[in-house]
Design a protein. Sequence first.
Length: 232
Amino acid sequence: MTPSANGRLRPVIAIDGPAGAGKSTLAAHLARRFGLLNLETGAMYRALALKALETSTELGDEAALARLAESTQIALESSPNESNRVLLDGKDVTTRIREKDVSEAASQVSVHPRVRAWMVERQRAMGAQGGVVMEGRDIGTKVFPDAELKIFLDAHDEIRGQRRYLQSAGSTNAPTAEAVLAAVRDRDTRDRNRATSPLEPAADAIHLDTTGLTLEQVYTLAEDLVQAKIPG
Ligand code: DC
């Protein structure tokens, strides 16, 4: 196999889109199906946000957060047949970072250019060899503008809110459907309007609106797109 112009033997698949669009589910599926590493960049922002909460670092203090990041180790463990694990300074925080306080804090932490620069540098290193599905908000625009495939996954906000609600329903202290929708809209507004790397599709991204589609339909559409990028 000869490397492509960017020096990678295997492709980088970028999946961006708003909260609740189904990025993580799709990324996990594609990773399993094609034997790719699944790197969920939101988990990195969440892990740093958790550390900020634990160390009482002010979420609006960019310099303090940048310093905090410099003394932080975040590892994404990805294996095709198991759920991914997220390690913060060696400790498994996979479940904790999904909680509401961390979701909110992650969105706040991610507005800061210096925090983003720290994240992007690490994400580029993680995906440099290719063979990855990388999922987030700025993968196709900033982290890998030369990704072999860019998918922008979206869905109507009420559908995204409902999906998020169903994920948490049944657990203790599960929020109401209205509260989940409000939180999704809140995060959307912040993610789309921040000055640095706002959530927006790359010019060459393929838009996939999943509003009226079943999961199987989304999988099939995305598999066809990825298949076209796998050499051989
Ligand atoms: O994908 P997620 O919901 O786990 O992401 C958590 C927060 O991190 C989200 O509010 C936006 C931010 N984020 C980002 O700004 N850039 C990324 N590449 C990934 C996530």
